[in-house]
Design a protein around this ligand. Structure first.
Ligand code: ATP
Length: 233
């Protein structure tokens, strides 16, 4: 079937304020662990449920573009970042758009870190996401999603609506190609305690972010003088 020839596509949304090496490792390891044909990075426009990004969507997109230039298997969907309407961006809208782009049958997998999955129930129209894509949750070795059902990082006591969805939808990588959407698949990645927040703090304090972000991102940050203050520029 042609849609299977195209393979399972990973969708990796984030603020990327800035993109850092843990983001890149998540995408690479997801590709390997889940057998993805590729990963499409989707920089958020104006994400709900968090403070406004410190730097503009144009800067954040430019950093992702520089980091991914020439890397096979990675692509970028700039439409959220470049949206003319400045409204909040919701993952459900992004997935609906991706679904229209790729047709009803291509398997799509939304890639999330475990911290993002822990907050999933707060997302706009979250239950509809399961009809639009699979969800793959990057966990650390030793923190399998069983842990998520009983407490951290799911945060619940094992009886939340999300816990119920997880129990019903739990799958393995091999399931992803069998359906266009609907599974929740945990996968282990190398643990890297790196966050964009900590990188912004370092930069605002005049400290180095080298090797926490790709060199091309660091060059961009320096040449555009961004993240020089704790509250953006
Ligand atoms: P911030 O510190 O500004 O909240 P962040 O570093 O968490 O940013 P985001 O752009 O918000 O980066 O994250 C995009 C996605 O990458 C989310 O799904 C998040 O869970 C995941 N992610 C970010 N950092 C890591 C990390 N160190 N290990 C695993 N996943 C991560």
């Amino acid at each position: 079937m042609s849609e299977l020839k195209e393979g399972v596509l990973g969708l990796f949304g984030g603020t990327f304020d800035p993109l850092h090496v843990a983001h890149l490792r998540l995408a690479i390891e997801a590709r390997e662990a889940l057998g993805l044909a590729g990963v499409c990075f989707i920089p958020a426009g104006n994400p709900a449920l968090r403070d406004a990004p410190h730097c503009s969507a144009v800067h954040r997109l430019a950093m992702v573009e520089r980091a991914l230039a020439g890397v096979p298997g990675f692509s970028i969907d700039a439409s959220e970042a470049l949206a003319a309407a400045p409204g909040l961006s919701y993952t459900v809208d992004t997935l609906e758009r991706q679904r229209r782009l790729h047709g009803d049958r291509r398997p799509l997998v939304l890639l999330l870190g475990a911290d993002a999955f822990a907050r999933f129930e707060a997302w706009h129209r979250w239950r509809e996401l399961f009809a639009l894509a699979h969800i793959a949750v990057a966990t650390r070795p030793g923190h399998e999603l069983k842990v998520m059902r009983s407490g951290t990082p799911g945060g619940g006591a094992g009886d939340t609506a999300l816990d119920g969805e997880f129990a019903a939808r739990r799958g393995i990588a091999a399931d992803l190609a069998d359906a266009p959407a609907g599974r929740i698949v945990p996968f282990a990645i190398t643990a890297l305690e790196i966050s964009a927040t900590a990188i912004r703090r370092r930069l605002a304090a005049g400290l180095s972010a080298r090797y926490l972000v790709p060199d091309a991102v660091l060059d961009y940050i320096e040449s555009h003088q961004i993240y020089r203050t704790p509250h953006g520029h």
